[in-house]
Write a protein that binds this ligand. Structure first.
Ligand SMILES: [Zn+2]
Ligand SMILES: [Zn+2]
Length: 96
């Protein structure tokens, strides 16, 4: 793992769950898991720039990206994984 990747992941972990942020607004971030956005083609193995921080529920829970699936998730929430990735990237830039 490169140093840039390590730093990127450490910062993602501090940002908290993007789905919770979108739904509840800013709040104390809990522990997160890193979800790899699989939509779209061409991301190589180890491409850490498409990781999204999510809490356990929004990641692997019944109302999470894996529980609902990539079609069910936007139907349930009204935003997509790609929207969450865009938020992640924006936050990365604003707190750089
Ligand atoms: Zn969450
Ligand atoms: Zn995942």
């Amino acid at each position: 793992m490169s140093k840039a990747e390590q730093q990127h992941k450490a910062r993602l972990a501090l940002m908290g769950c993007m789905a919770c942020l979108r739904i509840h607004g800013p709040h104390d971030p809990g522990p997160v898991e890193l979800h790899h956005l699989r939509a779209g083609r061409g991301w190589g193995k180890g491409d850490y720039t498409t990781l999204i921080p999510l809490c356990h529920e929004h990641h692997r829970g019944n109302t999470g990206v894996h529980g609902l699936g990539s079609k069910g998730f936007p139907r349930h929430y009204g935003f997509t994984e790609a929207d969450l990735l865009a938020m992640t990237k924006q936050l990365m830039e604003t707190c750089a």
